[in-house]
Design a protein around this ligand. Structure first.
Ligand code: FAD
Length: 373
């Protein structure tokens, strides 16, 4: 079977590409491994920046829909020390350029904006191979194949499309997150809810930190960060949630209980999320008929840019294809040159990680936010 633009992955990047192509009258098919839109919780909040994510939503013609899902007040930000002292506190006065939304709601808007049947669910790609002349064959786990003249890998960190372009693979960054949730926190955990405030809270020390976010409905969503080897985490038994939480909390001995409650009082089992990154500045020589976007192209340690960049990549790639009708190679060249530069500039992730968890933590980040650096 021959398809139009063939996109692998229905994350925010792949869906934005499909939507902006549709706005420009170009058909696309998105193949997604997950069996349905609701197969996996899309939990978590994203701040969508006026210099990348919001530009993509503008190109997608979805600004109004985006405005409707903004969670008011969530741009408030504070930094605490381990004793709970507030070192930096910025209220949300409604003028910030990074409004917060639930990732799942943003994905729903994009999915709802596509013609029926654009996304093919339950189509896990197992391999891709060049056929010559810029055409590729994509093979799926169910044994089916499609051939395409324009293939886009929007399939995230462990992209199956990336090997067509590059030998790079993600490497462990040295830091992992442990994810926890507290529900109905104002009623059930009032002291902790008060410490977090109305938006996001970072409590940092060298090599470790607790980052929490107030989501909708009084949910506190936490990433506990630890700079530890994967071997160290392998010794923590995450199949025994209470023991695992207690083991992680031990790393925060002496921290105020309002903060450690985010680890020990979780309403869900703690989930380990090791952080991987591609080499900074990852790029490749042009290969006819195929490109990458988002994490597949420039996976970095979380620095608040990844989803925003994936969406901007999708929008820019679609715009480039629309601007070069009949000359996909010219479009891919223009897109990749801009994307390589953008990915490198925004990947600033190593510096952010050092500010957050380096020897000077939390003071480096406080100075950064206060505009002293
Ligand atoms: C803990 C954590 C917190 C983060 N917080 C933020 C944040 O606050 N702000 C921010 O901007 N970014 C954040 N990020 C980064 C952000 O999540 C990613 O950069 C973003 O999701 C990348 O989008 P994408 O579309 O490129 O890939 P993904 O969102 O990974 O989507 C890829 C899609 O491809 C599908 N897929 C994968 N393999 C296959 C296959 N073989 N066949 C078919 N389909 C496949 C997947 O199921 C998925 O739907 C965070 C990341 C982590 C790990």
């Amino acid at each position: 079977m021959r398809t139009p633009v063939t996109i692998i992955g229905a994350g925010l990047g792949g869906l934005t590409l499909a939507r902006v192509l549709h706005v420009n009258g170009i058909a696309a098919t998105v193949y997604e491994a997950e069996p349905s839109p609701t197969a996996r919780s899309q939990g978590g909040m994203l701040d969508i920046h006026d210099y990348n994510g919001q530009i993509a939503l503008q190109a997608a013609g979805l600004r109004d829909e985006f405005r409707d899902i903004i969670l008011e007040g969530r741009q408030a930000m504070r930094i605490l020390d381990p004793a709970g002292n507030v070192l930096f506190d910025k209220a949300d006065d409604g003028t910030g350029g990074r409004p917060e939304v639930q990732r799942g709601e943003l994905r729903e808007i994009l999915l709802g904006s596509l013609p029926a049947g654009t996304v093919r669910w339950g189509r896990k790609v197992t391999g891709v191979r060049p056929l010559g002349g810029g055409r590729h064959e994509v093979a799926f786990a169910d044994g089916a194949t499609v051939t395409t003249a324009l293939l886009v890998g929007a399939d995230g960190a462990w992209s199956r499309v990336r090997p067509l372009l590059s030998e790079a693979t993600p490497e462990y960054t040295g830091t992992s997150f442990v994810e926890t949730y507290l529900f109905d926190a104002d009623a059930q955990h009032p002291a902790t809810a008060k410490a977090i405030g109305g938006g996001s809270m970072l409590a940092l020390a060298p090599g470790k930190g607790i980052q929490a976010h107030r989501e909708s409905g009084g949910t506190l969503h936490t990433y506990v960060a630890l700079r530890r080897s994967q071997g160290w985490f392998a010794d923590v038994d995450f199949t025994a949630p209470a023991e695992a939480a207690a083991r992680i909390a031990r790393e925060f001995d002496g921290w105020t209980p309002e903060l450690t409650a985010l680890i020990t009082d979780g309403d869900t089992a703690p989930i380990l999320r090791p952080l991987y990154a591609l080499p900074t500045g990852h790029r490749w020589d042009r290969v006819p008929g195929v490109t990458l976007l988002g994490d597949a192209a420039h996976l970095a340690a979380p620095n608040g840019e990844g989803a925003n960049l994936a969406m901007l990549d999708g929008a820019e790639l679609a715009t480039a294809l629309a601007a070069h009708p009949g000359d996909a190679e010219a479009a891919l060249t223009a897109y990749e040159q801009a994307m390589f530069t953008r990915g490198t500039e925004a990947a600033d992730a190593d510096r952010i990680q050092e500010l957050m968890f380096g020897d000077d933590a939390p003071h480096g980040l406080v100075a950064e936010f206060a505009g002293d650096r």
